[in-house]
Ligand binder design. Sequence first.
Ligand SMILES: [Zn+2]
Length: 284
Amino acid sequence: MSAQAEIGVIGGSGFYSFLDDVTEVAVETPYGAPSDSVFMGELGGRRVAFLPRHGRKHHLPPHRINYRANMWALSSVGVRQVLGPCAAGGLRPEYGPGTLLVPDQLVDRTKSRVQTYFDGEPLPDGSVPNVVHLTFADPYCATGRQASLAAAREHGWDAVDGGTLCVVEGPRFSTRAESRWHAAQGWSVVGMTGHPEAVLARELGVCYSSLALVTDLDAGAETGEGVSHEEVLRVFGQNVGRLRQVLFDAVAKLPEKRDCDCAQALGGIDPGIELPGALRDQRG
Ligand SMILES: [Zn+2]
């Protein structure tokens, strides 16, 4: 498939539904279908592909999302840089609802998710991926992080620069003991979808950074009844408008020619399979 987009945003219909001339494209991958079609639009002269992470009807819980298909689909339509906004719980009292945090680290506390393309399983075309151990010390693209932070500041949203996103399996929220333990480790926010998105992007040589919108204080950081689904939806709804503005401005700030190391993640290692995008044709 020829390149049709350069930047990907993984987020729901609240981010693209009002754009002019959105084209819906169904994409198949060797890992099955992504969460939904890819919705292509133009934003400030850049071609952007939106992918609803949970499906347009929000029917996929975090542990059932086909993360490999999602990232492969974005890469296969030409995407080289991805912004992955997500809802999160604050693990510190100062990170209350409405806080925007751009993490620089993550901790994987998921349990059931396949988090590599290089698992030795043959693809439908018969090719077999080699075993690859990827460097992942810094999980997020520094350029993408700075674009998001700058965009947030321009909108008067004093985003937290850095911190650790702890990704749990879900779909339940944490117990108080789990939450206190997460906080005691020095981690900042907790979410359910930021991983394995980050590592799969890295394997494909795609830039990835996250924006965590805090919708609640996690169970260990507050003294009330604990997090509720309704509370998360309400706070997300209150903030989705300005988060959209930040995302759109961040898109415009992403460089057309990448100056980061994300595209060279494999460092010349032969993956054994044909990757869909950035690594295959060695674009910048
Ligand atoms: Zn990058």
